[in-house]
Every structure is written in C-alpha cells, then in structure tokens.
Design a protein around this ligand. Sequence first.
Ligand code: WTA
Length: 662
Amino acid sequence: MTSANIESLLHENRLFEPAATLSKALGGAYVKNAADYRRRYQRSIEDPETFWAEIAKGFDWFRPWTKVLDWKVPDAQWFVGGKTNVCHNCVDRQVLQGHGHEVAIIWEGEPSGANGPEIRHLSYRDLQRETSKLANALKALGVRKGDVVTIYMGMVPELAIAMLACARIGAAHSVIFGGFAAAAIVDRVQDAQSKVILTCDGAWRRGQVVPLKDNVDAACETLAANHAAVEHVVVLRRVGNAVKWHPRDHWWHDLTLTASDACPPEWCDAEDLLFLLYTSGSTGKPKGIRHTTGGYMVYTAATAKEVFNLVPGAHQVYWCTADCGWVTGHSYIVYGILPNRVPTLMYEGAPNAPKEDRFWEIVARHRVTHFYTAPTAIRAFMKWGDEHPKRHDLSSLKVLGSVGEPINPEAWIWYHDTIGGGRCPIVDTWWQTETGGHMITPLPCATPLVPGSCTHPFFGIDAAIVNENGEEQPANAGGLLVIRKPWPAMLRGIHGDRQRYIDTYWSRVPGMYLAGDGARRDERGYFWIMGRIDDVINVSGHRLGTMEVESALVAHDAVVEAAVVGMPHEIKGTGVAAFVTLGPGHEASDALRKSLMEHVTKEIGAIARPDMIRFTQALPKTRSGKIMRRLLRDIAAGKESRQDTTTLEDYTVLAKLRESDE
Ligand code: WTA
C-alpha cells in the first residue's frame, strides 16, 4: 500500500449508518444494531465453546462431538469426535428438508449467441445427483478417503460439483486457479502427491480459449519425469477445442454416464482434511494450507449468513465474482453459501466480455441482491466509466462486499454511490486463505461504516494490534495484526511442513496467530489494514511471493540475478516491478524485456507478469549482501526516474550514496 493511501485513510472520517429500511429489505436482520453486535461479540469471546456449539447444532452430524475445542498452541481441534459430511450439509440436507427443487447454483457462460449467453439453473437435487455420479466415478478410478484430488478447471458448475464430490467421499481437493501455468500445476500436484486431476478441455476467457488440458498434459509430462506420475485425468468437455489424448485420460461424460447416482456421503471426522489450497509465502515455494471438515463448514456458513444477512426464501440471489481457484471461491461461492439455501451465481468469464458492462448486465438479468467483488475490479470499473453501470437496472442490489486488499476510500465511495445507489452497505471483509472465513468485517444492518476500514472482528475473533512482544498497541499506533484465540475455520497446518507452519504463524509473537499484515485500530476501535509485512505483494487482490517471480526470472537464460518488489498500480493496487542483471553476452533491449515478461507468464501465470522490468549492472546490496529492497521500492514507485527504457542502469551507485547517508 502506498503512503498516499495510508494518508488518505488516516483522514477518512465519514460515517455511514445502516439504513433503517435495510433490515426489512433483507427479510429481517440477524444482528440488528451496534449494541446487538457488542452483546453477541462479548458472549462469543467470553465463552466461545458454547457460542460455536449452538451454531454447530444447526448442521447435520452423523455422530455428535464430545468436546467443542481442544487447543494447544498451535494446534486446534474443533468438534472433537463429531462425524459429518460437508457435501451432505450443502446439498443432501436441503433435499431432505423438502427444498430439492430450489435453485442452488445459477450459472452464466461467457460466450453470447444470438439468444444471449448460456444460462443454467441447478437445483439441490441436481447437485445431489451430479455429485453422487462423479463421486462414484472417482471411486471407480481408485480414489479413497484421504486422497488428494487436483482440480484445474474453468468457472463452470462442474467445478463446484467436483469440489463437492470430493467432499462427499472424504477425499480432499486441491483446486488450482485456471489462470496458473503448467509449472504451478507441477509444484502443487507433487507437493500434494495427487494422482488424479480433474480438468476441462479449455476455458473461455475474454473470447479466447485457455487450453487447460494442454497445460495439464505439459504438467503430467514433467511429473512423470519427476517420478510423480499422475494416474488419471478426467476431462470435462466445455469448449470443444482439440485435445491430445493419453491412456490416463477419461472423458467426464463417459465416466458419469454409467455411474450410479446413489452415493451415500462418507462419515468424515470433524478434523478430516477437506481441502488443500496453495498460497504464496515469502519463499519461492507455495504453502499448501490445510482446512478440515467440521470447523470450516460451521464457520464459513455462519459468517456468510451473518455478514451478508442471507435469508432463505427471501428472493435473494448472491453473486461472488471470485474464481473457485481462490479461497474466496471456496468459502463464499460454494461451502459457505449452499448451506444457507440462497442461490449462488457463478459467472464463467471476464468482466469486459463482450463489453465493459457485462457484470451489470448479469446483475440486472438475475436480479442479484448480494454482490461481492474485489477493489481491483472496482477500480477497473471506475476507469471504464459510469455509463456502463448506468445502462442497467441495479435496483435489486441490497448488500455489496469487498475482499482481497484494502479498499481505497475513492473506490469505496464510487462503489457505494454508483453501484449501490447510495442505499447498500459495503461489507469490507478482511480475511485470508489461512483463516478460512471472514475475520474482521462489518455486519450489514449493525455496523456504521467508515470507507477504507474493515471495522470490527466477527464473533469469536479476538483480533488485536500488538508489538513484537505481543503487547497491545494504543489507538492509531501501527503494529502487527494477530488473532489471540483459536477459531473454527483456522488453518490446521501447512501440508507436509510442520516447521514452516510454526515459523510463519506462531513464532514471531509467541502464542498468537500472526496474520502477516500490518494494521492499526483507531480510537473508535475500527481496524485499518495497512498491507503485508513480509515479502508478499498483493497484486489485484491476489497474493504473490516476490521470491516466486524472482526464481522464475532467474530461470531464464539471460538472467543472472533478479529482485522483485511491489509498486503502486492504478488498477491492480500493487504491480510487479523487477530489477534484473544480465549474464555475459546478453544485451538489455525491449525485445528481451518482452521475452522476460512472457517467460514469467509462462512459468507462473499472467498475474505474475512484471509491469516494469529495469535492467541493472548490479543490484544494490548492503555490505552484508542483502538486497536493499526499500531502495528498489522507492525507485519502482517513481521516486527516482521512472522511465522504463532499455538502458542499463547502475543502482549500486545509489545504494552507496544511501549507505553514506546513514
Ligand atoms: C489482504 C483473500 C485489507 C490481506 C481472502 C490478507 C485485505 C491477504 C482484505 C489475504 C481486506 C484480504 N482489507 N486487506 N478486506 N482482504 N486482504 O489469502 O493482506 O488471498 O493478508 O485471502 O489479502 O489474501 P488471501
């Protein structure tokens, strides 16, 4: 985050009270006002076990738990001894209670024909049938409880079905974002020791075909060479593009055609692994975050219910624009929404396909009531112009949401006025892949909003700003954001790396969960997130380890050394700036710059593509050999000449000047 942003946040004082009419429009508020929030919050903190047990009772358990929480830093077990199934609670339970015919998923494809885009409505009964068939197909391929199934698909309903089918049989899934390249698949499949991949022939993105199956093929080749051969690849036909066929490949439609549609949900232990989700850390290797069954199910559904005020039968249509490849898609497209019996909308493609008003067309067409997106998208909409939302009827909207990075007050006000017509609260939800669900967030009918602040902790969340000794900081003093008590959806570890789990989250401030964000709390108790404190940058709301990009660059023939830092970016929030030194025989040129950019896209994916590459004789380093990242950040932010030319520069000169200053 730039200092200009911090400045503007510091001076942000406008208060937006919830409209008195909102509760009625939402079919009744769960949390009615600020006093109601404080009362329940107090109770949840004083006695979290009773608080969470009451909520957990609202789910189906095949066998009740014997103990709500078992906590020994840094290991939590929630609902100990309880047996349940997440797919059952998302799907079968709705059918058993007589709601099988109701719409569970509304899906809209990206391409538009003469009759408009392809639209599908899937009921809970459809989901029950399809998850059962796929679950049986997976079993027939040898998938067993506890195995990890990799899912690399576009945003089609079958992606949600794939996740739920795994949950149904107690297999864990590892969803890889469809925008990632083959190399990212290799790392994740290998780390998870996954033997089965579910994919699509291709995915639609802005009218182009993303060749998902080709990427899987390339990954499988490398994996086989690494002695980590994938045994089965199940391919959903979505686009109809040509794909190469291998003995390990199966068509999805062939397997499910003959599979039985009866598959009783597996009895899973509350602490059985539900999924792995890889996220970037401050080393080159992504971390496989472990989430388990009972606590995650209860927490994501409870937060979705309260934070969006989801009310079944109140004609709500909920749309989260994330991709299921990110945690937002896991928790707030699939697992948190389905148990609340409000239709969840999935859109396949880009916001500007075919034109910049696609999202608003979707809102109007489906009468969307809840819209949850990221600040980077909001900034893009602002840039595209007000005429796009103005062309559509957005009067169905009631609650807006924001996630992924701090929302700058200008974007907040635009979102509030232009999209929300001044009547919809914005729930600015702070959370992480590791936390599983919302942690600090407004509640729509209860929290007076201040643009740019994610406001107050959710029930049961003991969030604080502390210094390195774990001492709470006074109002407005910046510090480390920590969580001091366990919560049901907290991560249960990093797959295969116990030490990294302890080092990353539990060592800097002993006994507390370290979020990795810097933050402050103002005199009213409102939380303000100031950005990451590690070598992770937040590009378009997605976490990217600078080391990952550095290793991709260094893997290029021409590159000897690379340093990557974040730089301010109008749309992305933070852009990727790379400083590169070249090996002998390689000349700085625009062609080489372009080839490096493409190389990173190929190695990691388009989100990691550098926005700026500067060639340098040598990287500025301290006497002990540490790269002076702060100096590079200043240069990237334009505090030195910003021209992105091919000239070879020598930043060590600047470093020496700076050292002599200090
Ligand atoms: C940032 C996404 C400010 C933060 C759900 C966090 C936010 C990281 C917000 C997690 C927000 C997420 N305000 N910052 N409302 N939401 N962040 O794991 O730096 O992809 O640590 O989870 O995004 O990113 P992740």
